[in-house]
Design a protein around this ligand. Structure first.
Ligand code: SIN
Length: 319
């Protein structure tokens, strides 16, 4: 007997501008995010769904993603994993705010490295805008989530498919606000069809178990920035407060102000985990003979924070 291709796509709502409303249809800045439920977003697509796809919806959270919490991340990861385990589910779509989308994408990929697609999507204009971008992004995301052979966590925005560890918000206002740095997009969705350009995200899943059962007890990981005039004060203060991990948003190819670097080395010597990421937004970290701090090449500082957080959780969960 021929095996049936799964056709159900589950859309998980978390809020964002894609679910936002404004008092005026021409106001794409002074609106309120996270006002409409995920069912209302899906309703805009009636009659315009990819052939043969059945949708299910679930509201996991309703927030402006600038206010994302570890508890919501934990809940989202558990719901994504539960739906992925269902044979009839082809893939998941997560509607999300643009502001921390790159962090959630990184979190889900490193945690789950799913064999089915998990597609984050968002919008730069609220749902009530004159020319809202959300419905097209949602439609494209469903196309990718239902695509046979798709896998891993990706973001679908403005027709581009970005890998979870490459994606970053690169513009504050344009509809095409996301980029993949040097890696470039995984593919493009054109007229309801995916044109793939390179491989899906891959990797080893850290596994849900590392999260434990209380997000309030996750390690504290902070980001500090290297900049002109930087000194050791912020790092020393965070160490006194008992910080567990520090990501430094480094200049250029990975350099850190000497005063800040000295403080980070001292922190590292006391057992604080330290990771460097470039604040530039594209390009690798460039290795140097005198590097003293480990590097997270290719990740934004916010994604490097997710990486360090998960590494610390995994270390804590190890037998
Ligand atoms: C948010 O990130 O939730 C608000 C901003 C946006 O979605 O563009």
């Amino acid at each position: 007997m021929q095996s049936q291709q799964p056709t159900t796509v589950v859309v998980l709502g978390t809020g964002g501008t894609i679910a936002g409303t404004a008092a005026r249809a021409d106001d794409n800045v002074g609106y309120r995010a996270a006002q409409l439920g995920v069912d209302a977003l899906v309703d805009t697509l009636r009659g315009a769904l990819p052939d043969g796809v059945t949708l299910e919806t679930e509201q996991v959270a309703q927030l402006n993603s600038k206010d994302m919490t570890h508890a919501v991340w934990a809940a989202l990861a558990h719901r994504v994993a539960a739906h992925l385990a269902r044979a009839e589910v082809a893939g998941i779509v997560v509607t999300h705010g643009t502001d921390t989308l790159e962090e959630t994408a990184c979190f889900l990929q490193r945690l789950l490295a799913p064999a089915k697609p998990v597609v984050l999507t968002c919008a730069m204009r609220p749902a009530t805008s004159l020319l809202a971008d959300g419905p097209q992004n949602l439609r494209d995301a469903i196309t990718v989530a239902a695509h046979a052979g798709a896998r891993g966590v990706v973001a679908v925005v403005a027709g581009a498919v970005h890998g979870a560890l490459d994606v970053r918000k690169a513009h504050t206002y344009r509809l095409d606000a996301f980029a993949s740095g040097d890696a470039g997009p995984i593919g493009r969705v054109e007229e309801g069809r995916l044109r793939r350009l390179r491989d899906w995200p891959a990797g080893t899943a850290l596994g849900l178990a590392v999260l434990g059962d209380d997000a309030a007890r996750w390690p504290r990981v902070e980001i500090v920035a290297s900049h002109a005039g930087a000194d050791d004060g912020v790092v020393d203060a965070l160490v006194v407060q008992g910080v567990d991990g520090l990501v430094v948003a480094a200049t250029g190819g990975g350099s850190v102000h000497e005063a800040l670097e000295a403080a980070l080395v001292r922190a590292q010597d006391t057992g604080v985990a330290v990771l460097r990421a470039s604040r530039v937004g594209a390009g690798p970290l460039l290795p140097r003979d005198d590097d003293v701090l480990p590097a997270a090449s290719g990740l934004t500082p916010a994604q490097a924070r997710v990486e360090l957080l998960l590494q610390l959780l995994a270390r804590r969960a190890a037998p």
